[in-house]
Design a protein around this ligand. Structure first.
Ligand code: B12
Length: 252
């Protein structure tokens, strides 16, 4: 490539050599492990555009199911310039800057109520954001002097969450959803946001934030929340977002 060569617009996955198109895929078929089941796995991979496709791992999952890993080539290319993502649209602040901005703007502590709703008991994610010990080398929101954190823990019902948000006069409600079986994370989030809209006049409603590893950050509008956070979120990002949204009058 010379200095004049424009950067490639499209890219392909690779395994051994750049552009060879090799990918690896895992899935389970409701078939007892057999040569036929392995052939069915290859057929599925072929139909998905992998050709050739090779079963590199097959393991029975009980008597009637088999888990597969298939390695093979695809011919698809992707164009990074057409990818749409939610970019961070607020500055990252230090805890000191967050505390200073909140104190100046609110003249009281910001109140955050959080928990896992529905039957979800995966509290590690919300604890990573809220608990003082934090995540990825950053302290959680409990560390911030100007933030009061009420962590309700696991399996909080929506009515309980709304009630607690009311009694605590929450500025923001932080909900975690990790389990995605039958789209539980989406259904629970919609139920939660609808309940807050019903319980509060629009101008008084706390900021609604949902997070979890399988959320698409661009779904805030359709889920009825103000912001969605996904994999790898750090407490500092959340504290900075809260400060941005709750101290600036011009931010919708
Ligand atoms: C630990 C764990 C458990 C523990 C949970 C303990 C606890 N107190 O949390 C226990 C053993 C209880 C458990 C139980 C179950 N689990 Co489990 N569990 C996991 C595991 C291994 C790790 C999850 C975790 O802690 N991640 C670490 C945290 C830090 O990451 P995180 O949650 O993504 O959080 C980050 C971001 O997403 C974001 N974030 C998350 N929430 C929020 C909220 C806000 C407001 C914000 C801003 C950000 C944010 O910030 C965090 C930091 O970056 C995952 C597999 C995996 N490797 O991910 C399975 C997994 C989540 N579990 C799974 C399942 C199926 C279950 C069970 C149903 C199993 C069963 N049959 O009983 C039960 C369900 C229990 C229930 N009622 O919820 C599945 C879910 C599959 C699916 N499609 O939904 C997974 C993916 C495993 C798998 N591959 O099958 N589990």
């Amino acid at each position: 490539m010379t200095d004049q060569t424009p950067p490639a617009r499209v890219v392909m996955p690779y395994g051994d050599t750049t552009g060879d198109g090799m990918v690896q895929l895992s899935f389970t078929l409701p078939l007892a492990h057999s040569k036929v089941a392995e052939g069915a796995a290859v057929q599925l991979a072929n139909k998905m555009g992998m050709d050739p496709a090779l079963v590199v791992h097959a393991r029975p999952m009980g008597p009637d199911f088999t888990f597969f890993v298939v390695y093979g080539r695809v011919n698809h290319v992707v164009d990074p310039s057409t990818v749409e993502v939610v970019e961070r649209d607020y500055p990252l602040l230090t805890p000191k800057e967050v505390n200073g901005a909140l104190k100046r703007a609110l003249r009281r502590r910001l109140v955050v109520v959080g928990g896992c709703i529905g039957t979800d008991a995966h509290t590690v994610g919300i604890d990573a954001i809220l608990n003082i010990k934090g995540f990825a080398g950053e302290k959680g929101l409990e560390y911030y002097r100007e933030i009061k954190v009420v962590n309700l823990g696991a399996q909080v019902s929506v009515p309980e969450l709304v009630e607690r948000a009311r009694t605590e006069k929450a500025d923001a409600v932080l909900v975690s959803q990790v389990v995605t079986q039958r789209d539980a994370h989406l259904l629970n989030t919609r139920e939660m946001s609808a309940a807050f809209r019903e319980a509060y006049p629009a101008a008084k409603r706390p900021l609604l934030i949902v997070g979890g590893p399988r959320f698409n950050e661009s779904m805030a509008g359709e889920l009825g929340v103000d912001r969605v956070f996904s994999r790898g979120t750090t407490p500092g990002e959340v504290a900075s977002y809260l400060t941005h949204r709750l101290t600036r009058k011009d931010v919708a």
